[in-house]
Design a protein around this ligand. Structure first.
Ligand code: PMP
Length: 479
């Protein structure tokens, strides 16, 4: 094919993914929202980029006006059960009283101090190290967003090891800044930006998952995928190693413990154990992205704890700031001690308000009694979905640990054919019926449910009644 044709085909693909003012207006007009919300959505498309998440995850999304505990209210005052939690941020519910008070009091004392030590930041650094679940001394470095911390961790790994390559799992999400784009191996995400090569030194492997494991005879997505990764580090047929020279070019294996943005996929516990073993064998750093799965969501403080391993470094963000932007890298201290002063800086990193909020959030979500409660109501949530699965054949698989839950919809349990339209219908109807969450999945056939970690079980039970009715209608239409 000529290069000109290649370019044309790239632009044709982009066109297929884009939306128009008319198509968005149609989605807004077809929604069940009240007039105020519809007007605001029209204002939104008049002034905001179409590239935002509102039009990717939803047909149309409520315009939030306020929120309280497990509920969000739109501009017309309609109530939604909040299974989005600001995409895994509002771990303690919306506008939690103590958190709001702490932020207000801190705002009156000191709000910003550049990327320099202040009382709340020093406190938070100590706390993050003490609660790192890494048994050797650790150190912390701050960012603002999740992507920021991921970039920082990659730079630290390359600086420390002097090696270029980072290996990540297909389907992982680590951000979409230009520094992190290469680590986020999602066709749809990268598609919008190619032919730019986001990172020259990133390699990929498959994360195993129990439901979608194809025949292990071929290199599939079972633990076989990890054997293949190891094989690639042994010989001389990959850019990562040379058998005779004993050469190894890999700075780090960088993974999500569970794949969150992809659709809340939970791999077998052996996944991280095997990666730890491979990293130890070849002298590679293991970096875990706890940005979404961490901070109590899975019933343990950090998701990697389920595998009983310790990473060399991990990154955290989202829930840490209780709704304010902050991110942090926590690493074995040797890694972060090597850097010369000034090696990393960002004006808003380690912001005072976010650190004050972080000190409170971290105290709460690391309390053993709090985590026991997450596991208790997590079991209730799981049982509710299992009861729905008994009744509704479209529910093919449930991933769940604590309050980390992904539901996979299929047209047929035998063939596992993805139920894409049914999933879209379930989300649209759920929003119309006052429930807010997002959809995802490798095949666009999953919903992710992210309740606050203190959601009342009576709210969950009400949600199950609504899901039952919606699934009954959906299965009549699509199965
Ligand atoms: N890593 C993970 C696991 C994430 O879920 C996200 C955000 N969804 C990021 C990194 C990037 O964080 P941010 O959007 O704050 O840059």
């Amino acid at each position: 094919m000529e290069y000109r044709n290649l370019w044309n085909s790239a632009f044709k693909q982009r066109e297929k993914m884009s939306v128009t003012k008319e198509s968005l207006e149609k989605r807004i007009n077809n929604s069940a929202f009240g007039e105020e919300t519809k007007e605001l959505l029209k204002e939104c498309i008049k002034y905001e980029s179409y590239g935002g998440m509102a039009w990717a995850l939803f047909s149309a999304v409520p315009v939030a006006e306020r929120a309280s505990g497990s509920f969000v209210y739109d501009a017309d005052g309609k109530e939604y059960i909040d299974f989005l939690s600001g995409f895994s941020v509002n771990q303690l519910g919306n506008c939690q009283e103590n958190l709001t008070r702490i932020i207000q009091e801190q705002a009156a004392k000191l709000t910003h101090y550049f990327d320099l030590p202040h009382v709340e930041r020093v406190k938070l650094s100590k706390k993050l190290c003490e609660k790192s679940k890494i048994s050797v001394p650790t150190k912390v470095a701050y960012g603002v967003t999740g992507s920021d911390a991921v970039e920082l961790a990659v730079r630290a790994a390359r600086y420390y090891t002097g090696k270029p390559n980072i290996l990540v799992a297909y389907g992982d999400y680590h951000g979409v800044t230009y520094g992190t784009m290469g680590l986020t191996s999602k066709g749809g995400m990268q598609q919008n930006f190619y032919p730019v090569t986001p990172d020259q030194h990133v390699g990929y492997f498959h994360m195993p998952h129990p439901y979608r494991t194809p025949n292990e005879k071929y290199s599939g997505h079972g633990m076989e995928a990890i054997k293949n990764l190891e094989r690639g580090l042994e010989g001389k047929e990959t850019p990562y190693s040379d058998y005779k020279a004993g050469l190894n070019n890999v700075a780090a294996i960088f993974v999500e413990p569970f794949q969150s943005s992809a659709g809340y996929y939970i791999p077998p516990v052996d996944y991280l154990r095997e990666l730890r073993r491979i990293c130890d064998r070849f002298g590679i750093l293991l970096i875990i992205d706890e940005i979404q799965a961490g901070l109590g969501r899975s019933g343990k403080l950090w998701a990697f704890e389920h595998s009983g391993i310790e990473p060399d470094m991990f990154v955290t963000s989202k829930a840490l700031g209780g709704g304010l932007p902050i991110s942090a890298v926590v690493a074995k201290e040797d890694i972060l001690m090597r850097w010369a002063p000034g090696a990393h800086v960002s004006t808003q990193a380690g912001n005072v308000l976010a650190c004050a909020a972080g000190n409170y959030v971290l105290d709460v979500v690391s309390e053993p009694e709090f985590l026991d409660h997450v596991n208790e109501i997590g079991a209730h949530f799981r049982a509710g979905w299992e009861a729905l699965q008994d009744k509704h054949p479209s529910i093919g698989w449930i991933d769940n640990l604590g309050l980390y839950t992904g539901i996979e919809f299929v047209l047929d349990r035998e063939t596992k054919e993805p139920a894409i339209d049914l999933t879209t219908y379930v989300l649209d109807e759920s929003i119309a019926n006052g429930m807010l969450f997002e959809k995802g999945g490798y095949y666009y056939n999953r919903i992710q449910l992210i309740p606050s970690l203190n959601m009342d079980v009576s709210v969950m039970d009400e949600a199950f009644r609504r899901f039952d009715a919606i699934l009954t209608r959906a299965e009549k239409l699509f199965l």
